[in-house]
Design a protein. Structure first.
Length: 486
């Protein structure tokens, strides 16, 4: 399967406008960094930012081409949380969304929301380059640029700012270009791009965060130089990240000076990054056959043990997508001989058994891996699907519900839980899970529809009736909240 290389123009405008608002509602002087402090709290509280951000992301999910790869999701989440430990974030409730798009882009929105495009990993030659962007976005969140710029708006109320943000969310969900244009016309009066001050501050604080987390200081200037080179090839207007994060000569030079001030050390990519990058790269080949051909060439060039592991993993995935499952399993087993404890490789074995329809092998391996790695996200998701294929619906439901204890806002878990419950003929549960899925993806009408279906089937179960009715009221309240903003 190949991935979309571009987003719809409407969604791109929506993402751009969202990042504009999230970081800056007013262009201020490049020369003076704002004083840090808690004055932003008088504009909007952390809880309000969190609520607003979740409301926005629910709407955005309706149009965002979600990557839906638990292995890449798990790696990215762990990396962001690892880097986040060294950031100045006060509120660590993060919501990380991966977009299935080749664009070089990432964004931060109020309330701990971080979006990462697959293309950012694709174009990052080193883990340090990738982390430099993640740390930059974390800095936008930790410095509360959204709230601080609201505070600067002496002649504007917070409600007007929320109207702008929500109108863009509606435009993204409805694919209505007119709504986006209307938002643009208003927003242009306030800001045409990220505040240069905010960008410089995010660069500086993001740099300190990434080196504190142990990553290569060269990652930031290298990424800037890569973005500059890409902009020359494609044009700045085509490079979404530069449209929302203007790259000035000052940003590049200051980044290079900062990196040179850090004493050199032997930084290298983690093996996990290299494996995830292989996984991303394969998704952007036009055909699986092309991927197999190129990765066979790469494997012939592999000299070191590490290179052999990476090439075998990539070739195994490519062969699996080309329906050559036996050969794919052989490649992963070769890699595992070199690194038997590597969880990404072990998970690949499970994934290929699942794709090949090797039900008993997939269930057995999934059970074993989950026992050794309780609540592991990608293993749980793959194991649940293996159980479902073997008609072990109750066990699959149990695995997914265990995941929900820690990931209750993950729409993909709710999606697969609904599938399992439907096959098990647990119709009330099916409607409840679908309602949660649609709620998290911003489709409130469909959410209410399924809750009402469940309510009709609840009969005289008073406790269940009360739960469902309360949920319906909550969804209506969210729907009205969005309407109030627009």
């Amino acid at each position: 399967m190949t991935w979309n290389k571009t987003l719809s123009s409407t969604l791109k405008r929506s993402l751009l406008l969202m990042t504009l608002i999230a970081s800056s509602l007013q262009v201020v002087s490049e020369e003076s960094l704002p004083e840090l402090g808690d004055t932003s709290s008088s504009a909007i509280s952390l809880d309000s930012e969190y609520r607003l951000g979740r409301l926005y992301m629910a709407q955005l999910r309706r149009s965002l081409p979600d990557l839906q790869d638990p292995i890449v999701q798990d790696y990215t989440e762990h990396l962001i949380y690892r880097v986040g430990e060294y950031s100045q974030l006060q509120d660590r409730r993060l919501n990380i969304v991966l977009a299935r798009d080749k664009g070089v882009n990432a964004f931060a929105a109020p309330g701990g929301n971080i979006g990462v495009f697959a293309g950012l990993i694709y174009h990052s030659e080193t883990e340090g380059q990738f982390v430099s962007v993640l740390a930059h976005e974390l800095a936008h969140l930790s410095q509360r640029h959204f709230a601080r710029n609201l505070q600067r708006q002496q002649d504007r109320s917070i409600s007007n700012a929320l109207i702008l943000l929500a109108s863009i969310a509606v435009a993204a969900s409805s694919n209505n270009p007119e709504a986006v244009v209307a938002g643009q016309q208003i927003l242009t009066q306030q800001a045409l791009s990220y505040s240069r001050t905010n960008e410089l501050e995010a660069d500086r604080i993001g740099f300190l965060t990434m080196i504190s987390a142990g990553f290569d200081p060269e990652g930031q200037p290298q990424m800037f130089e890569k973005l500059q080179a890409l902009s020359r090839l494609s044009g700045a207007n085509e490079l979404e990240f530069l449209r929302s994060h203007p790259l000035t000569k000052r940003r590049i030079s200051e980044s290079r000076i900062r990196a040179q001030e850090i004493k050199g050390s032997n930084y290298k990519n983690s093996l996990e990054f290299e494996l995830i990058k292989q996984r991303i790269n394969i998704g952007f080949f036009k055909t699986s056959r092309q991927a197999v051909t190129q990765l066979k060439q790469e494997q012939r060039r592999a000299k070191t043990e590490r290179q052999k592991i990476i090439s075998a993993y990539g070739l195994g995935l490519a062969l699996s997508r080309d329906n050559k499952y036996s050969d794919a399993l052989d490649q992963i087993r070769q890699a595992l001989k070199l690194d038997p404890e590597n969880l990404i490789l072990q998970t690949a074995l499970l994934e290929i058994h699942l794709n090949a329809g090797n039900g008993l092998e997939a269930v057995g391996l999934g059970k074993s891996l989950l026992e050794m790695n309780p609540s592991n996200y990608p293993i749980s998701m793959l194991y649940a699907r293996a159980l479902m294929n073997q008609k072990q619906y109750d066990k699959a439901e149990e695995v997914l519900k265990t995941l929900l204890l820690k990931r209750k806002e993950d729409p993909q878990i709710w999606y697969w839980l609904a599938e399992v419950q439907g096959l098990a003929r647990k119709i009330i549960g099916l409607h409840q899970s679908r309602a949660e899925y649609f709620y998290l993806t911003g489709n409130y009408d469909r959410s209410i529809e399924h809750l009402r279906y469940a309510l009709e089937l609840a009969g005289n179960n008073f406790q269940l009736n009360e739960v469902l009715q309360t949920k319906i009221e909550n969804v209506f309240a969210t729907k009205e909240e969005l309407k109030d903003f627009t």
